[in-house]
Design a protein around this ligand. Structure first.
Ligand SMILES: [Zn+2]
Ligand SMILES: [Zn+2]
Length: 249
C-alpha cells in the first residue's frame, strides 16, 4: 500500500526547445517517503525554485538519457548543493552506462574548475543495467531500452517505492518493451511529441493511441509536447501534463 502523500509533480513538462514556455523535463516523485527526480533538464533548478521545491529534499536523481533537456540540470543542482544550499544529506545520481563520465564532463564544461570541489555530503553515481531491478537510495529502478538517439544511451524507467509504481517513457519511438515497463504501473508518463506527424525516435499521439489498449497502466499522462501537440491538448481525452501539475497516487 502506498503512504499518504504519494504523488508525482511535473516540475518541468516541456521539450528541448522551450515549446509553450515550459521548463525542460523534471518529474518529482514522492513515493513511500522517498523523494526523487526523474530527469533533470537544464532549467530544472530554476523550475524547482519557482515552485518552492527544496533541492536538498531530493534523495536521488534518475536519468533516462543524456540529452540536455533531460540531464543538464544535474551540474546546477550539484554545484548549488555544494555552494549555495549547503547540503548535508546523501545524493545519488543514477542513469544508464556512461552517466558518471557524462555528468563529470558536463559539470566541468559548465563550471570550469568545479572538478576540484569535493561535496561535503555523500555523493554517488549508480549506472543501471537494462531490464534489471536495482536499488537506488531505497527506490527500485528498472530501466528498459528506448528507441531514441543511440549516443544518449536512451532508456525508459520503471520506478517503484512504497507499493506504488511510476513508469516514464523518456524520449522514445514506440517499442514493445514499453508493455513490460508499464505493466501494472499506477501511472504511465508518456512522451507525446507530435499529434500524428511521424518523427523518428519520438512518440506521437496517433502511435501512442493505437497501442494504449496494450498498455496496462492504471492511469496515463502525456508530456514533452511540441507546439504542434500543445495546440491539440483541448481536443484529446487523455490527461496532459503542465508545469506545476501534481497527480496524487
Ligand atoms: Zn527530450
Ligand atoms: Zn532525447
Amino acid at each position: 500500500m502506498g503512504v499518504m502523500g504519494d504523488s508525482v509533480r511535473f516540475i518541468g513538462s516541456g521539450d528541448s526547445f522551450g515549446s509553450g514556455g515550459r521548463f525542460q523535463t523534471c518529474i518529482l516523485g514522492s513515493l513511500g517517503g522517498k523523494r526523487f527526480l526523474i530527469d533533470c533538464g537544464a532549467s530544472s533548478l530554476i523550475a524547482m525554485r519557482a515552485q518552492g521545491i527544496d533541492p536538498n529534499s531530493i534523495d536521488a536523481i534518475l536519468l533516462t538519457h543524456m540529452h540536455g533537456d533531460h540531464c543538464a540540470g544535474v551540474p546546477f543542482v550539484l554545484v548549488d548543493a555544494m555552494l549555495g544550499a549547503k547540503r548535508t544529506t546523501p545524493l545519488v545520481v543514477a542513469g544508464p552506462a556512461g552517466t558518471r563520465e557524462s555528468m563529470e564532463v558536463l559539470r566541468e564544461a559548465l563550471f570550469p574548475g568545479s572538478r576540484m570541489m569535493r561535496p561535503k555530503f555523500p555523493y554517488e553515481y549508480v549506472e543501471l543495467s537494462a531490464r534489471k531491478a536495482q536499488d537506488v537510495a531505497g527506490i527500485t529502478v528498472t530501466p528498459y531500452p528506448a528507441l531514441h538517439t543511440p549516443e544518449t544511451s536512451p532508456t525508459m524507467l520503471r520506478v517503484a517505492c512504497g507499493g506504488k509504481t511510476v513508469t516514464y517513457t523518456g524520449d522514445t519511438d514506440w517499442t514493445e518493451d514499453l508493455i513490460a515497463a508499464a505493466d501494472g504501473a499506477d501511472l504511465l508518463i508518456a512522451e507525446c511529441y507530435f499529434y500524428d506527424k511521424p518523427i523518428k525516435m519520438h512518440m506521437n499521439y496517433a502511435t501512442l493511441k493505437k497501442h494504449l489498449p496494450r498498455l496496462h497502466a492504471k492511469s496515463v499522462v502525456l508530456t514533452h509536447m511540441s507546439e504542434d501537440m500543445l495546440r491539440r491538448v483541448a481536443e484529446i481525452p487523455e490527461r496532459c501534463a503542465s508545469d506545476g501539475m501534481v497527480i496524487e497516487l
